[in-house]
Design a protein around this ligand. Sequence first.
Ligand SMILES: Cc1cc2nc3c(=O)[nH]c(=O)nc-3n(C[C@H](O)[C@H](O)[C@H](O)COP(=O)(O)OP(=O)(O)OC[C@H]3O[C@@H](n4cnc5c(N)ncnc54)[C@H](O)[C@@H]3O)c2cc1C
Length: 410
Amino acid sequence: MTTPIKPRVLILGGGFGGMAVAQALGKDLQVTVVDRHNYQTFLPLLYQVSTAGLAADHVAYPIRGALSKINGRFRMGSPISIDHRNKTVKLDSSEVLAFDHLVVALGSVTADFGTPGVEEHALGMKNIHEALTIRAEVMRRFEDLCRFEDDTRFSIAVVGGGPTGVEMAGALAELVRGPLKSDQAHAAKHIDISLIEAGPRILPMFAQSLTDKATKNLVDLGVNVMTNTAVKEVSSREIHLRDGRTIPAEITIWAAGVKGAPAINDLTLPVVAGRLDVDPTMQVKNYPHIWAVGDISGAKGADGRFLPMVAPVAMQQGRFVAAQIKRIIKNEKLAEFKYRDKGSMATIGRHKAIVQVNKIKFSGYFAWVTWLFLHLFYLMGGRNRIGTIVDWCWNYLTFDRGNRHILDSM
Ligand SMILES: Cc1cc2nc3c(=O)[nH]c(=O)nc-3n(C[C@H](O)[C@H](O)[C@H](O)COP(=O)(O)OP(=O)(O)OC[C@H]3O[C@@H](n4cnc5c(N)ncnc54)[C@H](O)[C@@H]3O)c2cc1C
């Protein structure tokens, strides 16, 4: 008796969306994941890596480890083209992988909205390498500042008042007020942190009362929150604002936006607003055997607007697409994707967070504990969870941050 051939599902991108597809497909299908990294990055905790709160390997989980549970295959590399006629994808290693279903889950990259100087002079925070670069830059500038006993100051500007920018600014302020102050109080006192937002308020996706709480928390931590402040250009050690002012910024961290991963331009698939154009079934328009999930997918919500680029959207779409592929195999009717928004949260620092779930809003200690538990719950791998708990407990009890090494130089 011959074993039936399992349909081949090729998944481009082993992040939140891609791995959700793979895990939901399980052993029933022949799953292959392609990613340029051999690990999945838990992006929501990346800002803690860049502010010395967490070791980098606690936010990385080996893709092969996750796939071994479903007998999936992994290829490290990047897609360079799709052969639609033969249903194959060519990788940069020249390997050609055949598929019956292709899932594109390549995520997003930092968007500078054409702002001059961002690429050259600002630091993004989309992967572990960039997070470690930020950490090294902050610590290196701090070491420079320790040489001065005068009033020389050093400024860090975080651009973008969304959750990533807010969490980053709060964690930087705590790093400066805690561990760096213990290391060298004079230098720490001369570090300025600004959060720059073009719109009238930070965290516009939250209720105004929560924005007010977060703003107050940041100001209490010493962050200069600048709203209605649009960046015109970033240059070396300076930011030029649209209102004509120029402010010092030895380090500019760009957290002002994201756009679909550039690899989609090589894949000859329909693109809308920088993301893949999909039907409500999550099939890429005109390609019934190609699917797009997560940040790269141009799926819209009930209000007709693009869904936000957040992890719950990617994971729900991933599980949904796995179910759709199984429906096709069983000759069942396809369903339409509906996003269930379970709420948003952001942390500003020790005992400070905001949570909004529909009409329920809360902040402070309970919100902070909720934030900690939910992030631990979604973090992949027992080793990562234990490592994170150890780092968090150490930071909490000692007010120290043990990961403030500069690792990018000899
Ligand atoms: C700093 C930061 C903080 C965030 N915080 C939160 C948060 O608190 N809550 C929340 O809900 N969301 C948060 N997000 C957003 C969330 O992480 C994303 O929405 C989510 O990761 C999207 O999942 P995805 O599968 O589409 O992309 P990703 O998880 O980014 O996965 C994409 C994968 O594709 C791979 N890839 C990309 N291009 C190529 C290529 N050319 N070749 C090979 N592989 C490639 C990448 O290596 C990556 O593994 C945050 C994002 C960032 C950057």
